[in-house]
Ligand binder design. Structure first.
Ligand code: GLU
Length: 345
């Protein structure tokens, strides 16, 4: 029996310019698929409308092409799963929302038999998988008891969770749609992180699948798209690991097979924070404009991934032969001004 085709994707959000941190993640994602002979899809994740910047989608394509990456399907090359731009795929997300609204949440309830031995029974409740939530950010912050404020903010305290989906019609306040997460431990066997466990109701809380402005939230769109496009391997930054569990809940609700996940360490600035504008300019487009050869950036990234002993320029075909997930350090890569100057020299 032949193995199922391997399909990976690059999914930039055109909310700003792509920087060295994005380049490192895309490079690893691309190499991990291409080194195993798989197909690559480029998908533009532009549903986060207020933050989307004009021209950023084309710039992301130009940046990735400059780096030497290619794809078999995407907004600029077409393909069997077109369109590849999320704002053009809204009908699919709406249909998924209708399915979620009609789904009842089933919970496993423990009963005790006459002999005192517990047995479990699947019991459908009158609550739906998703519910309309009128809470504002301030409501959530105020209501959250023990401040479970990780990098993702406080856990949703469940204020609106007893509301059936049908109640949405009579609401006068604006509402988002929240997905009711399960109360059990989920396991992800991540290709890089290994076995990771999460108890969604305790660690994540119910999450938004439909935003107050009526547009789909990232969690829903990404699952619908990865499933519809036949994506088998999802490689991205480790900041999205908690979201992988939310997405796993959605895969299960829809009855779809989840992909293999691979979450790689982020690139951070010298202050330990995720690489961003505050760390100065590390935009790929700046390197392009200055006429820097992509091999120089590839050299820095390859060194940061443990694939070569120094930062000397390297070509993408050479890296394809050297790709090794197990060499990548488990800690974030610290991008410094000195590295940037070295690239631009
Ligand atoms: N579009 C997201 C980003 O650029 C990536 C989402 C994903 O890979 O699931 O951060």
């Amino acid at each position: 029996m032949s193995a199922p085709p391997l399909v990976g994707r690059l999914a930039p959000s055109p909310t700003g310019a792509q920087h060295v941190g994005n380049a490192r993640t895309y490079l690893i994602a691309w190499l991990s698929i291409r080194s195993r002979g798989g197909r690559v899809i480029l998908r533009m994740e532009d549903i986060d409308s207020p933050r989307v910047k004009l021209g950023a989608a084309q710039q992301a394509i130009d940046d990735l092409r400059w780096l030497g990456l290619d794809w078999d399907e995407g907004p600029d090359v077409g393909g069997p799963h077109a369109p590849y731009v999320q704002t053009e795929r809204v009908a699919l997300y709406e249909s998924a929302m209708r399915t979620l609204k009609s789904m009842e949440r089933s919970s496993t309830v423990d009963f005790f038999s006459e002999t005192g031995r517990p047995f479990s029974e699947k019991k459908a409740t009158d609550l739906n998988r998703i519910y309309p939530c009128t809470c504002t950010r301030t409501d959530i912050a105020d209501a959250a008891s023990a401040p479970h404020v990780g990098q993702e903010g406080p856990l949703y305290p469940g204020t609106c969770s007893q509301r059936p989906a049908s109640a949405a019609e009579s609401l006068t306040a604006e509402y988002a749609w929240r997905f009711r997460v399960s109360d059990r431990v989920l396991l992800i066997n991540d290709l890089f992180q290994g076995e990771v466990r999460c108890h969604p109701s305790r660690e994540l809380g119910d999450f938004v699948v439909g935003k107050k402005d009526g547009t789909p939230a990232y969690q829903l769109a990404v699952v619908v798209d990865d499933h519809a496009m036949g994506v088998t391997d999802v490689c991205r930054g480790a900041d999205l690991l908690p979201s992988a569990f939310r997405q796993l809940e959605l895969y299960e609700a829809f009855g779809w097979t989840p992909p293999q996940f691979l979450h790689v360490p982020l690139v951070i600035g010298p202050d330990g924070r995720r690489l961003a504008k505050r760390h100065g300019d590390t935009r790929i487009s700046v390197l392009r404009d200055r006429g820097v050869r992509p091999e120089r950036l590839l050299g820095l990234l390859a060194w940061s991934c443990g694939w070569q002993p120094d930062r000397r320029p390297v070509s993408l075909p050479d890296l394809l032969a050297r790709f090794d997930l197990s060499q990548i350090p488990r800690t974030p890569f610290v991008m410094t001004d000195a590295f940037w100057r070295e690239l631009c020299d």
